[in-house]
Ligand binder design. Sequence first.
Ligand code: ZN
Length: 328
Amino acid sequence: MGNLEELPSFRVNGIAHRFIGYELGDFDRIQFMSNLKKTVESAVTIIGDIPYKQYTFIGIGPGQGGIEHLNNTTVSFDGRELNTADGMNSMMSFLAHEYFHHYNVKRIRPFELGPFDYDKENKTNLLWVSEGLSVYYEYLIVKRADLINEQTLLNNFESSINAFENNPGRFYQSLAQASYETWSDGPFGRQGENANKSISYYDKGPAVGLILDFVIRHATQNKQSLDDVMRLLYWQYYKKLKRGFTDAEFQQACETIAGISLASEFEYVYTTKELDYNTYLAYAVLKIDVQRATEKERRKFSINQIEKTGELQSAILQSWLTSQIKVQ
Ligand SMILES: [Zn+2]
């Protein structure tokens, strides 16, 4: 309802995608829709199936945040932000995140998240999958759509890692606890005097996503990845069983794809064990460097390339950056 503007729609696999909104502002509408189409195509490539008949982005005016649904998302939107490269990048990441949610959380979903009993809280240990891995994929989706370069992709991961690693809450609350306690902590962790006792799964989630993706790629000689886990969950639980997955089933899906036990990697989910980035980044010719000028200052993590490269490691980096769909 209201005085809305509809931008020129586009089709992906023959299916219409629309953008409709309120007070969109001044920006290059053609460029924006061209970027949005690449973003949607890049996200669809990860799962390889479009489960709706039409999809609509609904801009609700300037503000913060969005809400995902099965065949649309409502998003805060101010087109004036698109007039700088950084503004366009962050808007496309945000739209990639909200769009990817139609898979990850609406269809690929934790057991507890639907059908809902709206009379009580629906608590789950797995918001780090639904939200954290949606952050992980928003970064990859815009890179694989060629909307950002490799350096910007790594910078995006650095910002999540820096936020997490400078939060003392990492010694108090695990990723699973942060998920479960979101009803009392709030979506980004506790605020006020207890802020240092909690973490945000939006920050630690993508860091653990990186570890899971690289351990799977390494264990399978780059034949499988976290994308295969997402596809397995989609086909097995959403399409076939028509239900969500439990904590154990999520880990099992990762281990089935990896072909090895991931018990020590899942300690990063269920305990506060410190993340050993370098073991996993090295699988893709990457490493993390940490700088801190004084004891009181924030630590600054940066992701860099390792100079000496092996063939498998280079191949893992390349396919992580570009990833092609495999035929089911
Ligand atoms: Zn989200």
